[in-house]
Design a protein around this ligand. Structure first.
Ligand code: ATP
Length: 878
């Protein structure tokens, strides 16, 4: 029968019992028999047979309802029986059914074990995979860490290398900047030097050209000067004074052609006398115009020429006004000096000027120093320092550096002039006021030095020349004035006639003006005239004198070069030429160096640019590596988290594996127990067979003995035989010393006895009595059989120590079974469940003292004994 069918049988049995109860409760009036227990066995051909043992009458089975039983729980099924749900009695199953159930359970367990093994295997595989992935992840993590360390290490070294390179670059950059600055400074210096040298070179070239072409230029200059003339005469007419206007004096000067340097004098009637001068100024012309025309003389002075500007004319015609001017309307002296300082300032890059001023007057042919702070009795004389150079030793030469100082000096001179007379105007008319400006110029380019003079002279009135009717001091004054002016006229005449002798020394005036009047100097004469008709004679006299002066043809002006300086300059020129050549050479070398430096600078620039690009590239690489490091760290963190998770999973898996292993162990234990049960069953079977064999042998021997007894009984008598039989029985009942020697009754023996009893209709006791009656004859054979059993048992005990418990349990079961049989024989109705409970209790008591490992086996053996008994004891009760 298949396990499924067996299962259905059991379930149907249970259900039927339940259904039966319901049926009887419905059909109670018919008083049907109540089925307390039923033994159903299914034969091999699938038939179900029902036996009604112990039931009298003819029970009628109205019907059998077989239903599929619900699946039993594993705990409900015991070895060889199943538990009834209603009465808790164990329902005995046939060995085939038990086997099937066991097989089923075994199959179920095997399946479950297989499933669990599969799950375990799966879990193990999962664990292994997890472990492997964990190992791989760890390895990967280690690799990543190693890679990260490597990268960090590389980055560290790259950083260091970059730092070093950056340091080198910084040093190179600093060096480059320093070199650049140095080169720029050198280049600037060289450029300025080159400029100076070029300028010097051009100047020297010009000088050389000038020197080379000096003769033709000189000739040209002579021609030009001769054409222009180096004595220039400007004529200035003052306006009519208020008195003259009031007196009704008319103007006798015609300024119609003044712009052309011509003026006409109305000498009387319609006649006019025309005078021509270099300039003619009308009364309306102011100081500025006159000073502007005189400024070229200033340039000549600064260029190193001696210049003399003097004002000549009748008293009251405006000589002082022209030369000195007023505070509000300053004259030629101030404006000329102002111009002089202005141009000197403009030329300061090339010329260095040293200007000093002396203010003196010539009165009665005596020179008076107007700047002298204290009056001195020492007479100032004119001395000739070198050729063409005259000076007054002891005279104050006030060094002036600007026009303000000049003005102060002029004021001081004017004050000094006033000291000498109570009436300044009167005094000024009777003396020559002379302002000498000494200019020392040094050409910074060529070192040329010049000493030039500018004489600004306000002469005494010329009208006194004719009016010499005065006496005494006035006469003396007049004579001196006349002499000096006459000497001036003589000098001019000598110059005009190109006389070999010019009488400069005839007067202090001409003597002082010797180096600045005529010859190689430049002279400007202001002839001052009155427009009034009452001064006609004096005016014509002045105009005639001026015309004579203007007609003087002087030689070309000569530059007042210091000859020593000239020599030095020539030497310097040679030296400069040499220096120029050497400088040209140096310049060429410098230019070459400059080009080399420029090339080096360009190459350094290129290197710098390249290094800067490299630095930029390295910075970019560093940034990218830093970024990759960040990403790797991020990945590392993620991997660490994953590893943690996997470790947790691994731990849970390990825990599960342990649990599964425990379960597998439990199942293996169960399996081993099942296996042991099987072994025990097999052993039991073997023993049963042995026992049956021995029983059959014993039976045969008993039969033999019985036959012998029959034969002997005939000879000895029945009573003696009975006695012997009792004795043998007693002997048999007497316990043998030691449990090992005691003949134990196995369940098979009991079974055999039961069968025998059943078959013969007697109980085992009677059988024993029967046996004991033949004990004397069969004792040897019986003992022999018991000895062989003991031998077998001993051998099996060696194989399994638990066998002994089975025999003990069997013995106890036999005893109780005997008791039960006795009670049954007494006619008492015994509830099988109670009986089984008792047996179980006894068994428990018996097995409680056994080792724990044998509990299951004993329990099963005990249950087997009970089931065997129950199979043969079916009780029907109403
Ligand atoms: N161009 C002029 N415009 C206006 N006023 C003038 C001019 N020239 C001279 N005067 C005036 O005429 C007067 C006489 O002039 P100034 O004293 O200069 O003559 P002078 O020739 O110097 O006389 P002296 O010979 O006596 O010194 C002054 O009052 C002066 O202001």
């Amino acid at each position: 029968m298949a396990p499924k069918e067996c299962e259905s049988l059991m379930s149907s049995y249970k259900k039927r019992r339940q259904e039966k109860l319901d049926i009887y409760s419905i059909v109670r009036a018919n008083k049907p028999l109540q089925l307390v227990d039923v033994r159903v066995s299914v034969t091999k051909d699938g038939m179900i047979t029902v036996s009604f043992e112990g039931v009298h009458g003819s029970p009628v089975i109205n019907g059998i309802c077989i239903r599929r039983a619900p699946p039993l729980a594993a705990s409900e099924v015991k070895h060889g029986s199943i538990a009834c749900n209603n009465c808790a009695a164990e329902i005995e199953l046939s060995s085939a059914q038990s086997k099937l159930i066991r097989m089923k359970f075994a199959a179920k367990y095997e399946k479950k074990i297989e499933e669990l093994s599969g799950q375990c295997q799966l879990k193990s595989d999962e664990c292994y995979e997890a472990w492997m992935s964990l190992t791989a992840a760890n390895k990967q993590l280690e690799d990543v860490r190693a890679e990260l360390d490597k990268r960090i290490f590389q980055n560290y070294y790259q950083d260091q290398a970059m730092e070093k390179q950056a340091e080198k670059l910084r040093d190179a950059s600093n060096m480059y900047e320093h070199d650049k600055k140095f080169w720029v400074a050198s280049i600037n210096e060289l450029e300025s030097k080159i400029k100076n040298m070029k300028r010097e070179h051009s100047q020297l070239s010009c000088e050389a050209h000038k020197s080379a072409n000096s003769i033709p230029d000189l000739n040209k200059m002579i021609i030009a000067v001769q054409a222009i003339g180096n004595i220039r005469v400007f004529c200035r007419c003052r306006p009519l004074s208020k008195e003259e206007v009031a007196s009704g004096h008319a103007t006798i000067v015609d300024f119609t052609a003044a712009k052309d340097g011509e003026l006409a004098m109305l000498t009387g009637g319609s006649t006019k006398k025309i005078f021509k001068f270099d300039r003619v100024y009308t009364p309306n012309d102011d100081q500025v115009d006159i000073s502007a025309d005189a400024s070229p003389m200033v340039i000549s002075v600064l260029d190193g020429y001696n210049v003399c500007i003097f004002a000549y004319g009748q008293t009251g015609t405006g000589k002082t006004f022209t030369m000195e001017g007023t505070n509000k309307n300053r004259g030629v002296n101030y404006r000329t000096l102002e111009q002089l300082f202005k141009i000197a300032e403009e030329r300061k890059e090339i010329f260095k000027y040293t200007i000093s001023v002396s203010v003196l007057e010539v009165y009665n042919e005596q020179i008076r120093d107007l700047l002298a702070t204290s009056p001195t009795s020492k007479k100032l004389e004119i001395r000739q320092a070198t050729e063409g150079v005259h000076h007054v030793p002891g005279i104050v030469e006030a060094k002036v550096e600007n026009i303000k100082e000049v003005w102060d000096v002029l004021q001081a001179g004017s004050n000094g002039r006033a000291v000498g007379s109570n009436n300044v105007n009167e005094h000024s008319s009777r003396s020559h006021c002379m302002l000498c400006i000494m200019v020392r110029a040094k050409n910074l380019m060529n070192g040329e030095c010049t000493n030039s003079k500018l004489w600004l002279v306000d002469l005494a009135g010329s009208e006194r020349l004719a009016k010499t009717e005065v006496q005494g001091e006035r006469l003396k004054e007049a004579q001196n004035i006349n002499r000096s002016l006459s000497a001036l006229g003589d000098v001019i005449s000598a110059l005009a006639t190109k006389s070999s002798h010019v009488p400069y020394r005839n007067s202090k005036l001409t003597h002082l003006l010797q180096d600045s009047l005529g010859g190689d100097s430049k002279t400007l004469m202001f002839v001052q005239i009155s427009p009034s008709e009452q001064d006609l004679g004096e005016t014509l006299s002045s105009l005639n004198f001026a015309t004579r002066v203007r007609g003087v043809e002087l030689g070309p002006a000569k530059k007042q070069i210091d000859m020593g300086e000239l020599q030095r300059m020539k030497m310097m020129l040679d030296r400069v030429k040499q220096e120029s050549n050497s400088k040209d050479e140096a310049l060429r070398k410098l230019e070459e160096n400059f080009q080399n430096l420029e090339g080096k600078a360009k190459s350094r620039d290129q290197i710098y640019r390249n290094q800067k690009e490299k630095v930029n590239e390295l910075e970019l690489q560093l940034e990218s590596k830093t970024e990759s490091c960040r990403q790797l760290e991020k990945q590392l963190l993620q991997l660490s988290e994953e590893v943690k998770k996997k470790e947790e999973i691994g731990l849970t898996l390990q825990q599960k594996v342990k649990e599964l292993e425990n379960k597998v162990k439990e199942h293996e234990l169960e399996e081993s127990k099942t296996h042991k049960v099987k072994e025990l069953e097999n052993k039991l079977k073997e023993r049963t067979q042995d026992f049956e064999l021995h029983t059959s042998i014993l039976k045969q021997k008993i039969k033999e003995l019985e036959s012998k007894l029959v034969m002997q009984g005939e000879s000895l008598g029945f009573q003696s035989l009975e006695k012997k039989n009792k004795g043998l029985e007693e002997k048999l009942r007497q316990p043998t010393p030691g449990s090992a020697e005691r003949p134990r009754v196995t369940p098979n023996e009991q079974k055999a006895w039961s069968r025998t009893g059943t078959m013969c209709g007697t109980d085992p006791q009677s059988l024993r009595s029967l046996n004991s009656s033949n004990g004397a004859m069969s004792q040897s054979g019986l003992l022999k059989g018991a000895d062989s059993l003991r031998e077998l048992r001993r051998k099996r005990e060696l194989q399994s120590k638990g066998i002994e418990n089975n025999f003990l349990l069997s013995a106890s079961l036999i005893e109780h079974k005997t008791t039960l049989q006795k009670e049954s024989n007494k006619g008492r109705h015994i509830d099988p469940s109670k009986a089984l409970a008792r047996v179980t209790r006894i068994t428990k008591l018996a097995t409680a003292q056994r080792p724990l490992s044998n509990n299951r086996i004993n329990r099963e053996q005990q249950a087997t004994g009970v089931k065997e008994r129950d199979n043969r004891t079916r009780v029907w009760s109403r």
